[in-house]
Design a protein around this ligand. Sequence first.
Ligand SMILES: [Zn+2]
Ligand SMILES: [Zn+2]
Ligand SMILES: [Zn+2]
Length: 362
Amino acid sequence: MRIFACPHCGHIVYFDSPSCLECGADLAYARHLREMVMLDDDGGYRDDEGLWRRCRNERWGCNWLAVDALERAECYSCRLTRHQPGEDDTERFGWLVDTTHAKRWLLFQLDELGLPITSHREQPEGGLAFDLDASTDDRQVMIGHLNGVITIDLSESEDSHREALRVSLGEAYRTMLGHFRHEIGHYYWQVLVAASDTELEAFRREFGDERVDYAQALDTHYGTGGTEDWGAQFISRYATTHPWEDFAETFAHYLHITDTLQSAAAFGLSMSGPGTRFPEASDLVSHPSLAPADATMRGILADWQPLALALNQVNRSLGKRDLYPFVIPERVVGKLGFVHRLVGSAAHADARSANSAGASGQ
Ligand SMILES: [Zn+2]
Ligand SMILES: [Zn+2]
Ligand SMILES: [Zn+2]
């Protein structure tokens, strides 16, 4: 995540800021500019694209701009949501604050990486949509992805509930942002891998054959807990269940790593290492960049591994568990490299099609 400058006074503002803490200016995030803009006294922002206003969902934390002419003036992120609790459902509606914050954070990163997004409004079959629903005592919402539709269980925005699930499932890490990053991995598998015979072949070489029975694979996982020696080949135990899950887990880690490197770079965080008296000193140097995905995967990991090590130690100093409780084996470096190449070529293809559309005046 980048940090932003208040357009009025220049002080730092954060991605989720609705106003500047220094000068009080009313701010909103303009996705089409990937910048924070200042609203005028009437709550509007005008540029070449027209008149914009705050998204109507500002009272549960949305600080994005919406096109003024749109019905009910919802922003791009909120318009990707297909279903959510009604406003009279106060408890569940409250869970939307954390959940939609994670969703906007995800979307910012997809834009930063240049990944294409086709909304369910443009493409009802296979377009991206979010169904935000909440489990109850007698009905369980399954978090998942199906043909462009990502379902998220809002009840997991309750820390105590999500943490209990994490412990009972034996997971090292479980967050709302992590859920979004995993599920969007399934979406991009469908859009970028399944749609291309060449990519599908390359995917099978790296992750295995996805045509094995999915339901049976999941049964085996939840029944036996997967194989014990998974650590040499997979980023998480869950990744062992099926090539689709392996890809989604790897994709999520690619997003974890590149976003955290960008956040570090935004503050100028850099590591000179623990000192030359240690033989591994030269491996523990990190100089993250604001555009980490511009490097090779090996280059990204050369900055990431020492930073993760240091951040884990920082967390331990505060009595917390590791910030990044994962080890990346050599086999997973290859899988991350696959995701990196896929993301890079999708971004270039998207930029090319945007340029040619611009050139022909469409
Ligand atoms: Zn300001
Ligand atoms: Zn919104
Ligand atoms: Zn999955």
